[in-house]
Design a protein around this ligand. Sequence first.
Ligand code: FES
Ligand code: FES
Length: 160
Amino acid sequence: MKPQVITLHINGRTHNIALSPNLTLLTVLRDLGYTDVKCGCEKGDCGACAILLNGVAVNSCLVLAWQADEGEIITAAGLGTIENPHPLQTAFSDAGAIQCGYCTPGMIISAKSLLDQKPHPTEAEIRDAISGNLCRCTGYAQIVQAIQSAAEKMADGGEG
Ligand code: FES
Ligand code: FES
């Protein structure tokens, strides 16, 4: 297949990439080194590969990379830094919402998307927002607690 050149803006960095048009965005992101984007099922079932594309949470395994040409992409790692983590990143750590960590980036992206739309979600809304993200380890209670805690901190004036 003939390669095409696309431009992706990822976590504030611009990449011009020649690629085969059949590659998924998930594959391209991981090949570029954004390995916080996890590869689980590769068919839209687990949410491990979730990212924000132009502000919308999507499973990157279901998007062909060329479809994201000129897109603004944020991965979970791009939400904060070690020195200045996002409240969701801090809350997941503090609440013990991370065990193996494989689901965590996708969970945080789904939570960020929810809080962008609903800064004060109910528990039911949180559970609904992460219903496409599978976690084999935590039983979800600490994850819900982490998102509630981050929402409260952000409402108190923390960064969002
Ligand atoms: S790897 Fe994309 S949804 Fe599972
Ligand atoms: S922490 Fe292991 S899958 Fe969620």
